[in-house]
Structure formats: structure tokens, C-alpha cells
Design a binder for this molecule. Structure first.
Ligand SMILES: *[C@@H]1O[C@H](CO)[C@@H](O)[C@H](O)[C@H]1NC(C)=O
Ligand SMILES: *[C@@H]1O[C@H](CO)[C@@H](O)[C@H](O)[C@H]1NC(C)=O
Ligand SMILES: *[C@@H]1O[C@H](CO)[C@@H](O)[C@H](O)[C@H]1NC(C)=O
Ligand SMILES: *[C@@H]1O[C@H](CO)[C@@H](O)[C@H](O)[C@H]1NC(C)=O
Ligand SMILES: *[C@@H]1O[C@H](CO)[C@@H](O)[C@H](O)[C@H]1NC(C)=O
Ligand SMILES: *[C@@H]1O[C@H](CO)[C@@H](O)[C@H](O)[C@H]1NC(C)=O
Ligand SMILES: *[C@@H]1O[C@H](CO)[C@@H](O)[C@H](O)[C@H]1NC(C)=O
Ligand SMILES: *[C@@H]1O[C@H](CO)[C@@H](O)[C@H](O)[C@H]1NC(C)=O
Ligand SMILES: *[C@@H]1O[C@H](CO)[C@@H](O)[C@H](O)[C@H]1NC(C)=O
Length: 623
């Protein structure tokens, strides 16, 4: 059990599990690889040490960008510890969260390469670090997703892709309002939003919510600065006036976002294009406030909003829609993108100009179903009982992300439970040294097990007989001892059973012997003395006490039967002979009748003989 939690990181929080607007949002910040808690600006934010976490290697970090928190350590995961490495954080209250991971670079001359790896949260793949990420001083140096955490825990995994060792600088888990960024019917448990872009138009420099006095319920979003749409046909404007309707629940957008904007000149369009992955849905949030002093009333500025050629918002008139100048307007829409780019155009009408304060673009990601908890626990028990080598990893969820399943575990989606289940274990020749745990039977969907060619010792757990779907069981070439559990006879689907090359002895369950007739292929050779089914020696010498008693009782019964029968037969015979003698004296036709009488006698004798043989083989019937 100790080993089981070796790679898990658990933090006990002093904050009570109920979170209301009263208490403020739950917030957990981890400085990866730090041996002590770290306090850094702004506002002396506390970053937890992660000393309790024992996976990976902690070392000094170089910050890839100026927006990364000013932390000096990171944790990296060499491939020898397995391709999957996770932080599993417990006691996180149910709710919606912004989860953010900052990446770092190992501060060592020999580590000059930029690692490229995949990041998953709660089993859902959310990001693949693009080549060149460390040369961008922007949001490429972290990944952020908005998601629902239903089970008091958060699991973040880093998956090696063969390009360097994953390295993590910091992790943030920040609670937001349960309705934050509610983009429509699909919002909630089944989807996550991964932040693609978040721009503050007209801002001088990039900022986090915290830098601009944003509400703590906003999730400390990062707003990159954006000064122009290009083409020399726009300009940045700003105001010091306060903005109405800005930091309202559920999104709590910072007021400062609306105090800057970009307006078009020469009555031209404002056009923004972003490269995206094709075939995905994107949730787009656009922010406006009329801060241009030349606009005083409704009707003076009207524009259409076009996304990838479709007019999604027609005749947008900010003053009309908010009822005032200096008042925030948020529009959101979700678009399915077919191609590789997402193009947003603000097209002014009636001789006016376009204006915009902020743009947010999220990729909508369908949350993966996880693996059935019972089976995950069973695999974890297996991992520690069998001494799984570290290089195999086995951290996080066994089946998801689908791109990175645990090696050696075959997964299948179970429609009934809408969860993943394990239908195969292929760990042949993996240098396993432990024993087979009893609760392997919790893997109720297993069809194939191949543990051939390891150094597994101990006995075959009889609970394996409860895995009724098992078709192939290969435990050959290990050091298994003891006898084959009788329960394996219950595996009616079993068609291959390789137990050769072990130290098993004793009687092979009779039910298995029966199965051989049905084209099953079993191999029991090279063991310490298996017996009892066709092709193996007869059992006898190595009988259990119960068996011996059985045989004894059987033999006694047979002897007594024999005695009774012979007495009967002898008496009958005497009778017959007497009758014959009388008949021979009396009438010749009686001969035929006595002949048939003797035949009946013979048959009776035979059936008695048969009973005797069966009871001599007593043990299988009695035991
Ligand atoms: C990290 O840097 C500190 C000094 O800043 C140094 O003492 C320490 O040895 C470094 N650690 C590693 C693993 O290089
Ligand atoms: C976002 O748009 C959806 C669908 O158009 C709408 O139902 C939802 O209320 C909007 N959310 C906000 C916060 O405006
Ligand atoms: C728009 O007008 C500005 C001057 O106000 C000028 O410098 C710029 O070239 C014009 N742009 C276009 C596309 O006409
Ligand atoms: C806002 O206030 C700052 C100083 O408080 C001043 O420097 C700046 O010019 C003001 N901006 C506007 C648009 O009034
Ligand atoms: C995009 O959204 C539509 C409708 O909401 C849905 O049917 C479709 O599966 C989504 N596509 C992806 C890739 O999520
Ligand atoms: C918005 O426009 C409509 C029709 O153009 C008008 O009736 C209404 O009074 C306007 N609202 C405001 C707040 O200006
Ligand atoms: C199990 O693995 C061994 C070694 O890789 C292989 O030879 C054997 O055929 C496998 N057993 C089954 C039943 O596929
Ligand atoms: C099986 O082997 C183990 C050592 O690996 C030994 O402790 C145990 O007694 C053996 N059991 C039987 C039934 O031979
Ligand atoms: C059974 O295993 C032995 C080695 O232990 C091998 O020589 C033999 O070919 C196997 N028999 C079958 C039918 O696979």
C-alpha cells in the first residue's frame, strides 16, 4: 500500500470543504520541486512546497517567459520512471476550476533541449506542447483549462512523447463560479474549456487578474496585451472612468479590461485570425464597452460580428444594448471550425467604426470517461504486489487519455457503465518478481492474461476462478507453486491455459480435464508433479488426507458390497441348481427357462461389478 501512493501527491488543506462567495474561492498553488513554501508577488501569493511528492526529480529552473511565476525550482520526469507521471491532489471541493500548469526548463547546461510532452487533466488530454514553446514570451508557456471536479480530487498527468523529459514549474487549481463561462447546453460535466487566447485590446502590457485588482472568483486569468489588428487602420484608446456591469458574477471580469479598447479608423473592419486545430468546437467570448469620448448615445456605432464568414451578431450597438456608455457588454458564441483557422471580423455599418476591448477563445474538449474505479484499484494493487518495474509507470488513469494508456493493460469501453474496463493484461517477460494478488479478481472484465516469462512466485489465487470472462490464461515460465485451484474449473470460457514451466503439483481440477474435449489448449508440462487428467500421470501417491479417507471408505463399501453380492449369488446359484435338478427330473422344456434365468444373473453381476469400480475411484466423487 505504501508503494501504491508513492507517486501520488496529497495536500491537506485547512480550508473547510464548503465554499461560498462568503469564504472566497478555494485556491491551491504548488511550486513544483520546492522544498519550502514560497511567497512571491503580487500580493505575497503563497505557493506550496511539493516535498510530499516523491516522483520525478526536483532541480533548479530557468523561467521560459516573463509571465511565469518567479519560482526557482521545478520537477522533471525522466523516462526511466515511466511515460506517465501525475500529480494527484486530494481534498479539492466539488466545483468548477481553472487548472493551470506552467512549464519550465531545467537549469543545467546538459539540458538545453526543450521538452515536448502531453498534458492531461482528469484523464482528458488537453495540450501537446508545440515545438518552440519556450521561445515565446506568452501563453505558450502554460496551459489552462476550465473544468468541473466532481470527486474531491484533481489528477494532472504529464505524458512523455519521446522528446525530452516533461518538466513542470507550477500548478494552480483555482475555483471559479459554478456558472462561469457557461457557454450553452453542453457546458458542465461533459466538457472542458481549454484557453486558446485571451487578449486585452489596447492594453500596454500583459496582466493577470490579480495585477489589475480582479475579483478572486475570476480564477486569476492571464490577459495578453494586444495593441493593433494591423493594416494601420486602428488605434488603442483608454479611459480612467469606472465601468458599470464589469466585475459581476459569475465571470467577474476585471474592470480594467474595459478601460482599454481598439477602435478602427477609416471605417475599416477589425479582423483577427487564429490558427486552430480543425474539426473542433470553439467557444468565443467578446468584450465591449463604449469608452470612445466621441460616442455619446445609441445609434452612433453599429457593427456586425462575423466568424469564419457567418454573421453571428448583427447590428451590435453597445450603448443601445447596455443602456449606457462606460458599461460592459459580453457576447459569447460557440462555433464548429472545419478548417485550420478561426477568423473574427468586426464590420462597421452606417459609416461608423468598430470597437473591441477583449477577446477570449476556448477550445471545447469533451471530457473522457474514466476507468472503473474498482478496476483502477485492482491494477494499483497488482502494481505493488507484482513489483512492476518503474519504467512502466502506471500512474494516472489506465485507459485515458486514449493516446496514452498504461502499457500492458488493454482497455475496452463498457457501454453499460459508460466507463473504461480492463479486458487484457499483457505483461509477459517484464521482469515481474512479486506474487499474484488475491484481488486480481476485481478485474471482472479480463479476457486475456499473459504473465509468461516473469519471476512470479507463490500460488495461483483461487479467486481467479471468479473472472468468468477469462479466455486465455498464460502463467507459463514463472515460479508458481502449490496446486491448481479447483475454482479454475469454473472458467467455462477458458480456451487456452498455459501453466507449463512452474513448480505446480497435485491434481488438475477434473473440470479442466473435461474441457480438453472442447478444443481447448492447455499446457501443464514442466511442473513439479501435476496429475489426474488425460495426458498426465494418474494421481495416487500425493493424495490429501481427505482423499485417503475417501479411498478407505470407498474400498470398505466396495468390499461389503462384494461380500453381500457373492453371498446372494451363491445362494441363488444353489437355488437354481436345485430347481434345475428338480426340473431335469420333471420336464425337458424347463431347460430353456433356466438358461435365460442365468443370463439375467450375469447382467446383475456385471452392474454390481461396475459400481465397485466407481467406488474404488472414490476420491473425485467424495472430495
Ligand atoms: C540550485 O541552486 C542552488 C543555489 O541557488 C544551489 O545551491 C543548488 O545546488 C542548486 N541545485 C541543483 C540541483 O543544481
Ligand atoms: C452564452 O451564450 C449562450 C448561448 O448563446 C447563452 O445561453 C448564455 O447565456 C451565454 N452566456 C453568457 C454568460 O452570456
Ligand atoms: C487610415 O487612415 C490613416 C490616417 O488616419 C492612414 O495613415 C492609414 O493609411 C489609413 N489606412 C487605410 C487602410 O486606408
Ligand atoms: C488616467 O490617469 C492617469 C494618472 O492617474 C493619467 O496619467 C492618464 O493620462 C489618464 N488617462 C486618461 C485617458 O485620462
Ligand atoms: C461540436 O458541437 C456539436 C453541437 O453542439 C456537437 O454535435 C459536436 O459533437 C461537437 N464537436 C466536437 C468535436 O466536440
Ligand atoms: C435601442 O434601440 C431601439 C430601436 O432602435 C430603441 O427603441 C431603444 O430606445 C434603444 N435603447 C436605448 C437604451 O437607447
Ligand atoms: C504470452 O507471451 C509469450 C511471450 O511473449 C508468448 O510466447 C505466448 O504465446 C503468449 N501467450 C499467449 C496465450 O498468447
Ligand atoms: C511456495 O513457495 C514459497 C516461496 O516462494 C514458499 O514459502 C511456500 O511455502 C511454497 N508453497 C508451497 C505450497 O509449496
Ligand atoms: C507445452 O510447454 C512445453 C514447454 O514447457 C513445450 O515444449 C510444449 O511444446 C508445449 N506444448 C504445447 C502443446 O504447446
Amino acid at each position: 500500500m505504501c508503494r501504491l501512493f508513492l507517486l501520488l501527491f496529497a495536500l491537506f488543506s485547512a480550508i473547510p470543504p464548503s465554499f461560498s462567495r462568503h469564504h472566497g474561492p478555494y485556491a491551491l498553488r504548488i511550486s513544483c520541486g520546492a522544498r519550502d513554501d514560497v511567497h512571491i508577488p503580487p500580493k505575497n501569493t503563497k505557493w506550496h512546497k511539493d516535498i510530499a511528492y516523491t516522483g520525478g526529480i526536483n532541480t533548479n529552473a530557468t523561467l521560459p517567459s516573463s509571465i511565469s511565476p518567479a519560482l526557482t525550482t521545478l520537477r522533471y520526469f525522466p523516462l526511466s520512471e515511466g511515460p506517465e507521471n501525475c500529480y494527484s491532489i486530494s481534498k479539492v471541493p466539488k466545483g468548477h476550476y481553472f487548472v493551470r500548469v506552467f512549464f519550465g526548463l531545467v537549469k543545467e547546461p546538459s539540458f538545453d533541449s526543450e521538452p515536448l510532452f502531453d498534458v492531461s487533466i482528469e484523464g482528458t488530454l488537453i495540450y501537446s506542447l508545440p515545438s518552440g514553446w519556450s521561445n515565446h514570451d506568452d501563453e505558450q508557456t502554460f496551459v489552462e483549462a476550465l473544468l468541473y471536479l466532481p470527486d474531491y480530487s484533481a489528477s494532472l498527468c504529464f505524458h512523455s512523447t519521446g522528446h525530452g523529459d516533461p518538466a513542470v514549474l507550477a500548478i494552480e487549481i483555482l475555483q471559479v463560479d459554478n456558472k462561469a463561462y457557461n457557454y450553452g447546453p453542453q457546458f458542465g460535466r461533459v466538457t472542458m474549456l481549454r484557453t486558446g487566447k485571451r487578449l486585452s485590446c489596447g492594453a500596454q502590457k500583459p496582466k493577470f487578474d490579480a495585477d489589475i485588482n480582479g475579483d478572486r472568483w475570476g480564477g486569476n486569468r492571464f490577459w495578453n496585451s494586444f495593441s493593433s489588428f494591423g493594416q494601420h487602420s486602428d488605434r488603442a484608446i483608454s479611459t480612467n472612468s469606472s465601468i458599470k456591469q464589469a466585475s459581476n458574477a459569475p465571470n467577474s471580469f476585471p474592470e480594467a479590461l474595459y478601460q482599454t479598447a481598439i477602435v478602427s479608423t477609416n471605417q475599416s473592419d477589425l479582423s483577427y485570425t487564429m490558427d486552430v486545430d480543425p474539426g473542433r468546437n470553439y467557444s468565443i467570448w467578446l468584450h465591449f464597452a463604449e469608452i470612445d469620448p466621441s460616442i455619446k448615445s445609441s445609434g452612433q456605432r453599429i457593427f456586425n460580428i462575423e466568424i469564419n464568414g457567418n454573421i453571428l451578431f448583427k447590428d451590435v450597438d453597445i450603448v443601445n444594448m447596455t443602456g449606457d456608455i462606460h458599461s460592459a457588454l459580453v457576447l459569447n458564441t460557440t462555433v464548429a471550425v472545419v478548417g485550420r483557422s478561426l477568423r473574427i471580423i468586426l464590420r462597421p455599418t452606417k459609416g461608423s467604426h468598430a470597437i473591441i476591448s477583449g477577446i477570449e477563445i476556448f477550445e471545447v474538449i469533451l471530457a473522457e470517461s474514466k476507468t472503473m474505479l474498482e478496476e483502477v484499484r485492482a491494477l494499483q494493487a497488482l502494481k505493488s504486489a507484482m513489483g512492476l518495474p518503474r519504467r512502466l509507470g502506471w500512474n494516472g488513469d489506465p485507459c485515458v487519455p486514449q493516446l496514452h494508456p498504461w502499457s500492458g493493460a488493454d482497455c475496452q469501453f463498457d457501454e453499460e457503465s459508460s466507463k473504461w474496463v480492463i479486458d487484457g493484461l499483457g505483461l509477459d517477460n517484464q521482469g515481474l518478481r512479486g506474487s499474484l494478488p488475491h484481488d486480481m479478481s476485481r478485474l471482472q472484465h479480463l479476457q486475456n492474461i499473459n504473465l509468461s516469462g516473469n519471476s512470479i512466485h507463490g500460488t495461483i489465487p483461487s479467486s481467479l476462478g471468479a473472472v468468468t470472462s477469462l479466455e486465455v490464461l498464460d502463467l507459463s515460465y514463472n515460479f508458481l507453486n502449490g496446486s491448481i485451484p479447483e475454482s479454475l474449473g469454473q472458467l467455462t470460457s477458458l480456451r487456452r491455459l498455459n501453466l507449463n514451466g512452474n513448480s505446480l503439483h497435485g491434481k488438475v481440477p477434473a473440470a479442466l480435464g473435461g474441457r480438453l474435449l472442447h478444443r481447448a489448449s492447455f499446457n501443464f508440462t514442466d511442473n513439479a508433479g501435476l496429475c489426474g487428467i488425460p495426458g498426465l500421470p494418474k494421481c495416487g501417491t500425493h493424495l490429501s488426507i481427505g482423499g485417503k479417507i475417501g479411498i478407505g471408505l470407498g474400498a470398505c463399501a466396495a468390499l461389503m458390497l462384494l461380500l453381500i453380492c457373492s453371498t446372494c449369488w451363491w445362494k441363488r446359484r444353489q437355488n437354481i441348481l436345485r430347481t434345475q435338478r428338480i426340473a431335469a427330473r420333471e420336464a425337458p422344456y424347463a431347460k430353456a427357462r433356466t438358461q435365460s434365468l442365468r443370463d439375467v444373473q450375469m447382467i446383475r453381476n456385471q452392474s454390481l461389478g461396475h459400481t465397485r469400480t466407481a467406488s474404488e475411484n472414490g476420491p473425485p466423487l467424495l472430495s
